[in-house]
Design a protein. Structure first.
Lengths: 162, 431, 787
């Protein structure tokens, strides 16, 4: 009996048709494949990508060199040196994040009392040479300048949860 | 019955501040008697104790008891200090004593010095009392010339030098230890107690500090006897008292009446309210005492116990009468600002708390109050009162609490409607 | 005094205490924590912060624990609702006007307010009005201020009045407007001013030199010993990334209590000076070249051997007494190993006539703490307040509790306690002391007996002698200016005789951090390790200079700045064939005369031992790596010893060196005995204008001379000629005029300052300052010419 059933099934390609039904359903359904890089997946405002340092509207860097991010960093990826700037204000003379060490936990952003160090939505970056993995202060500020509108929108979106 | 003690000479004399006129009404007789007959100092102190005189500066500590803390025979210098730094808003009685009856004060101070064995006295006069200072200086000169001050008074072998010291205009120097610091030439900041001045006072020596009115009462008490003085007043509040009465009343001024006089009588004495206004509330003992509603006040007698029972203090006897046109928020704003400005800054609760109180009251007054402000005021008061070095902190907290207790609806109205409950426009302040 | 204890109950625990003790002291001793800001165990109680309020049974109001004396049966709760409510209330008040700038505050992480706020503060502020802001104030190069953060505890004010003895900070204004400040924008100049940084519970007063340099949590704390004065203050050195970031005092009640002088606190800046020598250098054909150690050492050895190889007496070793015990021991061993006895650390002494009869191990002779219990002290030639601030602080305590202190000095000095000062020209100082000796009927012989006999007994001399005689616990102290005096030997013998006659003790205040250690290590021409007299006495510092040798070994000393007579040492070094200098710094004055400069480790970079004035041995470790190629001096000496083929240079650590020295000198104590009753003729004279050359506080050694912040203080005055108004008139010179000073043919141009502290007949020209490095001895006749 079983042998006969199987014979019928294979004679009329029933299994094939069953399989093709699924294929057909997805063939006509709305596609969800994202055509990266032409297309992008949606991102949360809490996405923790490449770091950036922000400025105030008047162009003044936000970072006050309090070193809380350095202290809180579980991967010891941040190195900061401090000096008094000419006007006497406390500023970093060096602010390095080693992206090889960074685990993108976001603690630096959490600990920052002035919202200076943030993790942006940028995740497309690559290094070609040793040393490029160090995000210096200038690089961080440049990232911040480039993405400021997105960063501030993200921070505003999360403000009520913090 | 009025004007029996500090003002007893006034109504008979044209220029009662002159030595000759003062003497003509029995002035310096008591001192002469004590010095000539070598009355025992302990006898003087006992009479003072029997009189039931309580310190007239505000705290109401029995004067005789205070004197008895100092042993007359203890070696070394001792001092008598008179506190004429009358800074309490609403109080202006000591000014009248200095102005009209300085010799009685001098006589009282010399007797006090005799009683405790002090040979030097200081009268600390409020910085703004320039005229009174000059008049007191003139009286000192007269007394020195007549031999009531200086070395070997009236041949008794007792020396007493008296100096007046003009303050720098700080309310906190009315606090006895801040006053001592100020005389010593330091910044006027209260010391923490104990030790009390009776053990560690001026320049570290035993010192008694009494109010002008208390010391001025001394000659009369010794003349008429402690019992006589005690019977002027009522139980636990002996003698008569000067009341500085202000407000929108017909006849404001200083009145000497026996303690225990009903407030309603006093109210009649000052001629009632002006311009048909109505009595709304009374501050019975100077700005730092909690306010009492008018109708409750009309049933009270003016003595230490009765006022205390009503939840306030007799204090320095500065009665501020508030009429129905006054906004209590505005009033409290002024009072809180006063304490904020006059805090010496030494201890934390008063330095920071008085400013906070004023800012909150001020924002209510200016229509920026929030609902939680009333609780905040109460809470801040609770954190100041009883936790400061001196009583200024309590003095700043008490009026706020008093106002909130009886007139909360006015504050609530300010918060809800951003304007005054009474009158339409800005109101006048203290009378 | 009854010693009966009362029993009190705190939070259910029974505690015993002396009646009258303040509650907070009792709870502190029992380990019960009560929060506080204004209370400090070394300062008077002011009870103004109200943070330590606690509940006491039967008292309706909370009481401040800092000014509530304990009574029998008292029941206290420190954590009851009433107590906690009061503490939290105070905390809220303190925070309403305190800025939220912890992230940029140097105190952040070690702030008492932060700590207490975690326990007693609320997470939300109910205060929404504007906070108080106080304008910035500059109070000098050492202390950074931010009075907006002030919580008005007045610890700094009380420190000035009670400890430093100068009221430099005060609280002005009333209520909320009360601020801490100096009197009319003056700077804070006390030699102990840095302590207010430690006292300040918040970030109002922080250290300017280490401002923004590190957060508290990044620092590693090491124990060490301060390297300048002879107190040997215990310190905590804080390092980060192999650099010294700051220095704090370490509590040691028997030495520095909890205080530290500014010199000890801020001198670390000199470590990172640009002057640091980081590579060995040799002079080849007159040109300085940086070379490797191997080459430099060989060069040095060759130089030393060729110059002094055959004749040991041709080697002269001059060492700074700021070197460690190990270094000094190896230096003398090396010198003696080369068959030379010429080693000395007494670079600022000129009168060596007492050598042999001198005190074997000169030191305080009493403990530093013991100074407090003196009831009479006579100080000869000492500006103790600037030279040894901690000793001065102890003396001040003694004076405050009734000790009679007098000074015989060549200059009027600024003191922070009551003392009699007898000021005269150097020659008359000897007469003054002789006058006291006569009044005290001191026994002397020979020359000095004549001098004393000729002395006139003045009233003041009588009173000083009387004070010393009637004292149970009196001392005669010889200070740094006495040691530099041309008649030091006379002063010592006179002082020793007076001490004997008045039953007081003779005491020396050693100048440098290891002066006592140098005597123990044997860095003396006439005494070997443990101060034993040697058979073959070498040349002393003076002779080594006046009779130039062929080879010189210098350690830690700069010719222009660390010697009694810069011109003399310079000419001696110029004539030498080989000068080997072990130095941490590349200085002009060395580069001009040395042939090899070997970079040695500075303070905190080497391990070692210092022996302080009272004779306490204090060892410490190297805390940071020496800069560049510098090496600890003991290692350099050890290798030099090997290369010179001297036996006994096989130690592997500084501990080995110390053990070796200890086998000689561990039992050797301070010994101030003087074994003679006479001395030579008077060197100093009253004729002509006599120079008084002190060593200013911030010029005392190479490290502090390069501490940039200290050098910017008002106390670091540039070199000048100082005369009294009278003397200026008779010398016909005027204020601010530039004068040419001529001393032994050496000339220097310096400005004139009229200074009432100088006695007539004398001229005060400090030594060890730029501008004086070519002049002659610290004391001596000078002439002034117009420029």
């Amino acid at each position: 009996m079983t042998v006969f059933k199987n014979y019928i099934k294979s004679l009329f390609l029933l299994e094939l048709l069953k399989g093709l039904r699924l294929t057909g359903r997805y063939f006509f359904a709305k596609k969800f494949t994202v055509q990266y890089p032409e297309e992008r997946a949606p991102m949360s405002p809490r996405f923790r990508g490449l770091h950036a340092q922000r400025r105030y509207d008047n162009g003044e860097e936000r970072c006050i060199a309090c070193k809380l991010c350095e202290a809180t960093c579980p991967a010891l990826a941040i190195t900061i040196d401090v000096e008094a700037r000419e006007d006497g204000s406390r500023r970093t003379s060096r602010y390095d994040i080693d992206l090889f060490k960074c685990i993108f936990c976001g603690f630096c952003q959490e600990s920052c009392p002035v919202d200076a160090i943030v993790e942006t939505r940028v995740y497309e970056y690559a290094f070609e040479k040793r040393g490029e993995n160090i995000m210096t202060k200038d690089k961080l500020l440049a990232v911040g300048d480039e993405h400021e509108s997105q960063i501030s929108a993200d921070i505003a979106a999360q403000a009520k949860y913090r | 019955m009025a004007n029996e003690v500090c003002f007893r000479t006034l109504e008979y004399l044209k220029q009662p501040w002159e030595l000759e006129e003062y003497k003509s009404r029995g002035g310096y007789e008591v001192l002469t008697h004590i010095l000539k007959n070598k009355v025992g100092p302990s006898e003087v102190v006992e009479t003072m104790k029997a009189s039931g005189l309580r310190g007239r500066g505000g705290a109401g500590f029995p004067t005789g008891l205070k004197w008895s803390f100092i042993s007359r025979n203890a070696p070394g210098q001792k001092y008598v200090v008179c506190n004429s730094d009358e800074g309490e808003p609403g109080t202006f009685k000591d000014r009248d004593i200095l102005r009209y009856n300085p010799h009685q004060l001098i006589e009282g101070m010399v007797i006090a010095g005799y009683a405790i064995g002090a040979t030097v006295g200081y009268n600390y006069i409020r910085g703004e009392f320039w005229e009174e200072y000059e008049r007191f200086e003139a009286a000192l000169e007269q007394a020195r010339a007549a031999g009531f001050l200086g070395d070997n008074l009236l041949g008794s072998g007792f020396d007493f030098q008296l100096h007046s010291h003009l303050g720098g205009g700080a309310y906190v120097c009315g606090e006895e230890t801040a006053l001592l610091e100020s005389i010593e030439g330091k910044k006027g900041q209260p010391r923490f107690k104990p030790p009390f001045p009776a053990h560690f006072g001026l320049y570290g020596r035993p010192t008694i500090i009494n109010n002008t009115e208390s010391l001025s009462s001394v000659p009369v008490i010794l003349k008429e006897g402690g019992e006589w003085f005690k019977e002027l007043g009522v139980e636990n509040s002996g003698g008569s008292k000067l009341f500085s009465i202000s407000g929108n009343i017909n006849n404001p001024g200083v009145f000497e009446v026996p303690l225990g006089t009903p407030f309603s009588e006093l109210f009649e004495l000052v001629g009632g309210m002006k311009d048909g206004r109505k009595l709304k509330a009374v501050i019975p003992g100077g700005c730092s005492s909690p306010v009492i509603p008018g109708e409750q006040m009309m049933d009270l007698t003016m003595d230490y116990d009765a006022i205390q029972k009503a939840g306030s203090m007799l204090g320095s006897g500065a009665i501020v009468i508030i009429d129905d046109q006054q906004c209590m928020v505005k009033m409290l704003d002024r009072m809180s600002y006063f304490y904020h400005e006059e805090s010496c800054g030494q201890c934390t609760p008063c330095r920071e708390g008085t400013g906070w109180l004023w800012r909150v009251v001020n924002r209510i007054e200016n229509g920026k109050g929030r609902q939680e402000d009333l609780d905040l005021l109460e809470s801040v008061c609770g954190k100041i009162a009883g936790r400061t070095v001196c009583a200024l902190g309590d003095a700043a907290a008490m009026p706020v609490r008093g106002m909130l207790k009886y007139f909360q609806e006015e504050f609530q109205y300010h918060i809800d409607h951003k304007r005054c409950m009474v009158g339409a426009g800005p109101t006048k302040g203290l009378g | 005094m009854t010693d009966e204890l009362v029993t009190i109950e705190v939070d259910g625990r029974e505690l015993k205490a002396k009646p009258g003790t303040m509650l907070i002291d009792v709870t502190d001793a029992a380990g019960i924590n009560i929060p506080r800001f204004c209370y400090h165990k070394k300062l008077s109680v002011s009870a103004n912060c109200r943070m330590c309020l606690v509940e006491v049974e039967k008292v309706p109001k909370p009481l401040p624990a800092c000014c509530t004396p304990v009574n029998e049966g008292m029941k206290v709760s420190t954590r009851s609702p009433m107590a906690l409510g009061a503490q939290k209330g105070t905390m809220e008040f303190l925070l309403i006007n305190h800025p939220l700038d912890c992230p940029i505050c140097d105190q952040g992480g070690e702030c008492e307010l932060q700590d207490v706020a975690v326990g007693y503060g609320s997470d939300v502020s109910r205060y929404s009005e504007a906070k108080r802001v106080v304008p910035q104030r500059d109070i000098g190069p050492l202390i950074a201020t931010d009075f907006t953060r002030c919580i008005h505890c007045t610890r700094c004010v009380r420190f000035g009045a009670e400890i430093a003895g100068v009221r430099e900070l005060g609280a002005t204004g009333r209520g909320e407007h009360m601020t801490i400040g100096t009197f009319v924008e003056k700077s804070v100049d006390s030699e102990m001013s840095g302590n207010v940084i430690d006292l300040c519970p918040v970030g109002s007063l922080t250290a300017k030199p280490s401002r923004y340099k590190a957060r508290a949590w990044e620092l590693t704390q090491h124990d060490s010993v301060a390297p300048h004065d002879s107190v040997g203050s215990n310190i905590h050195v804080h390092t980060r990334n192999n650099r010294v970031v700051r220095v704090h005092p370490k509590e040691n009640e028997s030495i520095n209590e909890i205080w530290l002088s500014d010199r000890d606190r801020f001198s670390y800046e000199g470590l990172n000076s640009e002057d640091r020598l980081t590579q060995p250098m040799v002079r080849k054909n007159g040109e300085w070249q940086e070379v490797e150690w191997q080459e430099a050492l060989e060069f040095a050895v060759k130089g030393l051997q060729s110059a002094a190889g055959s004749d040991g007496d041709q080697l002269a070793t001059l060492v700074s007494a700021n070197s460690t015990l190990e270094e000094l021991y190896l230096a003398q061993k090396l010198t003696r190993g080369m068959d030379s006895g010429n080693i000395d650390h007494r670079l600022r002494q000129s009168d060596f006539r007492l050598d042999g009869n001198d005190s074997p191990v000169p030191g305080l002779g009493i403990t530093i703490q013991g100074i407090e219990s003196l009831d009479a002290a006579l100080l000869v030639g000492s500006n103790v307040r600037k030279e040894q601030p901690i000793i001065a602080h102890r003396l001040r305590k003694a004076a405050k509790s009734g000790a009679k202190v007098s000074f015989i000095n060549p200059l009027w000095i600024d003191l922070h306690f009551e003392a009699d000062q007898f000021v005269s020209t150097p020659a008359v100082m000897v007469d003054n002391l002789a006058s006291i000796a006569k009044a005290a009927s001191a026994k002397l012989t020979g020359n000095l007996a004549k001098l004393v006999k000729a002395a006139e007994v003045s009233e003041t001399a009588k009173s000083v002698a009387e004070q010393l005689k009637s004292a149970n616990n009196g001392v005669i102290m010889l200070g740094n200016q006495a040691a530099a005096h041309p008649d030091y030997s006379l002063l010592v013998v006179l002082a020793s005789a007076i001490a004997e006659a008045t039953n007081t003790s003779l005491s020396y205040i050693p100048a440098l951090s290891n002066s006592v250690g140098a005597a123990l290590a044997g860095a003396l021409p006439h005494r070997g390790p443990a101060a034993s007299l040697v058979e073959k006495c070498g040349a002393n510092a003076q002779m080594m200079q006046s009779k130039p040798r062929k080879a010189y070994l210098l350690m830690g000393a700069e010719p222009g700045f660390d010697f009694w007579d810069p011109s003399l040492i310079n000419s001696a070094l110029d004539q030498a064939e080989c000068v080997v200098a072990l130095t941490a710094y590349h200085s002009e004055s060395l580069a001009s005369c040395a042939d090899v400069m070997l970079p040695i480790a500075g303070f905190a970079e080497t391990s070692g031992t210092l022996v302080n004035a009272e004779g306490t041995w204090q060892s410490f470790n190297g805390l940071v790596k020496p800069q560049g190629d510098a090496r600890p001096a003991w290692k350099v000496l050890r290798v030099l010893g090997n290369l010179l083929d001297i036996d006994g240079f096989d130690q592997n650590s500084s501990d080995d060196v110390l053990e070796e020295l200890k086998s000689h000198a561990a039992e050797t104590a301070i010994d101030n005995s003087v074994s003679t009753k006479t001395a030579g003729e008077l060197n100093s004279s009253t004729e002509g204008l006599y120079r008084i050359g002190d060593v200013p506080m911030y010029a005392s050694d190479a490290l502090v001379r390069r501490a940039s912040s200290l050098q910017r203080t008002n106390s670091a005055e540039p070199a000048a000629v100082r005369l009294s108004a009278n003397q200026a008139k008779s010398s016909d010179v005027e204020e601010e005029e530039t004068l040419v000073v001529v001393q032994d043919g050496n000339r220097a141009q310096l400005p004139l300052i009229i200074d009432p502290r100088v006695p007539d007949g004398a001229v005060w020209i400090s030594s060890a300052l730029p501008g004086t490095e070519k002049l002659g001895g610290q004391f001596g006749v000078v002439t002034l010419e117009k420029a």
